[in-house]
Design a protein around this ligand. Sequence first.
Ligand code: ZN
Length: 245
Amino acid sequence: MYIVAAVSTPSHPHPSEPHVGSVSSKLNWLRAGVLGANDGIVSTAGIVVGVAAATVARAPVLTAGSAGLVAGAVSMALGEYVSVSTQRDTEKALLRKERHELRDDPGAELDELAALYEAKGLSAATARTVAEELTDHNPLLAHAEVELRINPEELTNPWQAASSSALSFAIGALLPLVAILTPPAAWRIPITAAAVLAALVITGAVSAGVGGAPKGRAVLRNVVGGGLALSITYAIGHLVGTAIA
Ligand SMILES: [Zn+2]
């Protein structure tokens, strides 16, 4: 894909826009990290505020908050590991099939590549030249990018995806945990709510900024959603705590 973009725009007229695969994949990582942190903030804040609404004691809040942090981080890592591994298996199978086709019938594969470029809007002659030159350079890469939309040199590593999402969740989760445990009992819930909502302004703005989306709306959605989560868990914690006591 990006070969075409690079050919048609030798000097980037908009340097701030990601044109090259590796730039946008770095931004995707940043966005995934911010969203992981966002998850950690909201879910752990919900747990600690819910427990703090039921009891003034600190130990249950610490216990529930730490368990929530670990459970959430493990769950994020597992989910990411399974989904990235499956995607990687699929991509490897597609690449293997493509490699066999290139070995068994290179002529048909060249026609196929030329047809794909023609379908993108190139003339038949130009499409054939592009297909021939890319095939001379690296046939598998040429087919992977245009036909499969995979970069065979940048397959996502499932362990890396799992550990970075667990880490970003845990970093996010630490914020409400510290905010609820540090202040005196009378202040801990308002301080936690304020810290969480302020953090959600930042994560909302950064994740929108990375994707080039308008920040205001993203921040509003994030803060309203987080505020709702806190209100609901506070109400449930209060009700259940009162019912038990
Ligand atoms: Zn092919």
